[in-house]
Design a protein around this ligand. Structure first.
Ligand code: BV6
Length: 608
């Protein structure tokens, strides 16, 4: 009859589980293992994708098709990869993942939103959901359907290099901000299957709750180290946001590099299979972190066969290899043939992966297009980020006496000084995971520095002088009306950000002393966490925590000059000294400089 054979799994009118079952029974072991393999784009070629039936590709931090690649260049790259995957016998589409953790941050000209710690300071779940919606559009603009976000770590020690990726030390704030998942994936329809992964469509992306579990609770905040809290504490502090994520239909969960009480999460069968999958009922797929299985041994990859065996048998479904795909595929194949890893485990993993791909419509719409390229960095998203910046600012001091507040600053003044290492540095303002994995310094993408924002906000007659680190003589001689001192941390991520002393990097303290000793000053701290400020607070007239605001520095000026009031609240305790750490709200002997939830308020300057 010349009619094409009816293939059930290709029929979108069939229920997802029917499609999964039909496809599974057609698959060879090699095709199943290929679905479990995620490789970095740098090692992905059409031939490799076809030969090994690769199911997923990723961009690691900073991994781009070309420097400052346009949205179209991203789409073209993913289109080429996908065409290769669709040309295989069963034509199973691959899923491309990226760390879009504060906007589509690998991509030049993307809107960079405040990092999670700043969003936690807003206490505004609806805002965070809107950010998820906008971020999903900017991810899809580049042809990508999957982000390794949100990080729902509950950072319990600011010495952790990834503390800025955590919304708060309080799990209830982290839970509130989980609206990010609904923004990214879309709202779950009424009477949808409970705890089932959900992605609404082509304007949304699959999300990833990470890093399971207890990543933010390691000893002294040492990255990838050991979380010692007992099971009750693990469930009370680090697990609640995973309950919520599953209820919100999160599609994937990423395992943590860290250990719980000495057992690596990447090999933790009880927590991954018995607890996450069985007790909590998670139906999406569990993905490893980058070479996470290699790190099951010391040194990493000392016994890769053991790594593959222990992680897959623990319940890991997709492995972010990300480069030695041959080693992974060969080891897993051998272990299945030797019945060390049961076929039922492989089938569970592949079933979960296919479930997510069917649910999110990847079979129906596997190929990216240019339809959303204009979403990247669009004005409405930048305005949304500017609003988030405004709401993330926490006012810690305003006036040397409460009767004489310094803020809001007058826009009209004879001459003002802007100083500090972080005043005119977009890279520092964005922090880690921006263009580069660790972020970097300077003019790294399209955005507005705080200095530029001040210049565009003050009255045209106001003279603005910028000096990164002026000496006291310069400040005195110029007789400034007031000064804005913006200091803080350079960009960093992961272990590179681990820090035991948490002092403001020089020349920040010197700049504070030189400027604030000579003129009225507001100090703005750009950082991924609280830093040692107690010695300098008496010198300051005002102090603002701005966290890592991203590209829209205008939001800082909006509030400093009173177009909007301060509303932010500390998402984490501001310690006096690092000797007190770890110290979290609710602890005994809680003796902070500024407590969790603290934040002075100001009213917007009257428009009259
Ligand atoms: O050359 N070296 O020396 C080197 C060292 C360490 C590297 O480590 C790697 O570097 C980064 C960039 O290549 C990778 O992104 C990851 S980080 C990991 O990656 C996931 C996917 O990006 C995220 O979702 C997770 O949240 C995050 O924990 C890894 O740690 C790479 C290279």
């Amino acid at each position: 009859t010349g009619q094409a054979e009816y293939i059930k799994y290709k029929d979108p009118n069939q229920p997802v589980n029917v499609r999964v079952k039909d496809l599974m029974k057609r698959m060879t072991l090699a095709e199943k293992i290929g679905q479990m393999t995620q490789i970095e784009r740098k090692v992905a070629t059409p031939q490799v994708l076809k030969d090994y039936f690769i199911g997923s590709i990723l961009s690691g931090g900073g991994s781009v098709p070309a420097p400052r690649a346009s949205a179209k260049e991203w789409v073209d790259m993913i289109y080429r990869f996908q065409k290769a995957c669709l040309s295989t016998r069963l034509g199973i589409p691959m899923i491309y993942g990226i760390d879009a953790v504060h906007g589509n941050n690998n991509v030049y000209n993307a809107t960079i939103f405040p990092h999670n710690i700043g969003l936690g300071a807003t206490r505004d779940p609806d805002l965070v959901k809107k950010i998820g919606v906008a971020t999903a559009l900017e991810i899809r603009a580049t042809g990508i359907p999957y982000t390794f976000a949100p990080c729902i770590a509950v950072c319990r020690d600011p010495r952790w290099g990834r503390c800025f990726e955590s919304y708060s030390e309080d799990h209830r704030v982290v839970q509130a901000m989980n609206q990010m998942i609904l923004g990214l994936q879309g709202d779950i329809p009424a009477n949808y299957t409970k705890k089932f992964p959900y992605v609404a469509g082509k304007n949304n992306v699959a999300a990833c709750a990470k890093h399971f579990v207890g990543d933010g609770g390691t000893h002294k905040g040492i990255n990838e180290n050991n979380t010692l809290v007992d099971f009750r504490g693990l469930r009370r502090i680090h697990m609640p946001a995973y309950y919520d994520s599953i209820a919100m239909g999160v599609s994937t969960v990423m395992l943590s590099f860290s250990s719980w009480r000495g057992v690596k999460m990447h090999a933790h069968r009880f927590l991954v299979t018995d607890f996450l999958k069985k007790k909590l009922g998670f139906k999406g797929f569990v993905i490893s972190d980058w070479t996470g299985i290699d790190k099951l041994t010391t040194p990493p990859k000392a016994n890769y066969t053991y790594s593959v065996q222990m992680s897959i048998n623990a319940g890991l479904d997709m492995v972010m290899v990300p480069e030695d795909y041959l080693g992974f595929i060969n080891n897993l194949t051998t272990l299945v043939h030797a019945k060390v890893i049961p076929k039922s485990r492989i089938n569970d993993a592949v079933r979960r992966i296919l479930r997510v791909k069917f649910v999110m419509g990847l079979f129906e719409n596997p190929l990216p297009d240019y339809s959303l390229v204009d979403q990247l960095g669009k004005k409405e998203h930048r305005e949304l980020s500017r609003e988030a910046v405004r709401k993330s600012l926490v006012l810690l001091k305003n006036g040397k006496s409460c009767k004489k507040p310094l803020l809001p600053l007058p826009k009209k003044a004879r001459k003002i000084l802007v100083a500090g290492s972080n005043a005119d540095n977009l890279g520092y303002q964005c922090g880690g995971w921006t263009i580069e994995w660790h972020g970097s310094s300077g003019n790294i993408t399209v955005g507005t520095t705080i200095l530029e924002a001040v210049r565009s906000t003050v009255h045209p007659s106001t003279k603005v002088v910028f000096s990164e680190n002026p000496d006291a003589g310069f400040v005195k001689r110029n007789n400034f009306s007031y000064a804005i001192v913006v200091v803080g941390e350079p960009s960093y991520s992961e272990t590179a950000g681990d820090n035991l002393n948490l002092t403001i990097p020089e020349p920040g303290p010197s700049t504070i002393r030189s400027v604030c000793g000579a003129v009225k000053c507001v100090v703005v701290i750009i950082s991924g966490r609280p830093l040692v400020v107690e010695p300098y607070v008496p010198l300051m007239d005002a102090l603002v925590a701005a966290w890592l605001p991203g590209t829209e520095g205008q939001g800082v000026a909006d509030v400093l000059f009173g177009d909007f009031g301060f509303t932010g609240k500390l998402p984490r305790t501001w310690f006096k000294s690092v000797d007190q750490l770890p110290m979290n709200v609710g602890d005994e002997n809680y003796d902070p400089l500024f407590p969790f939830g603290f934040g002075l308020k100001t009213k917007p300057r009257s428009t009259v």
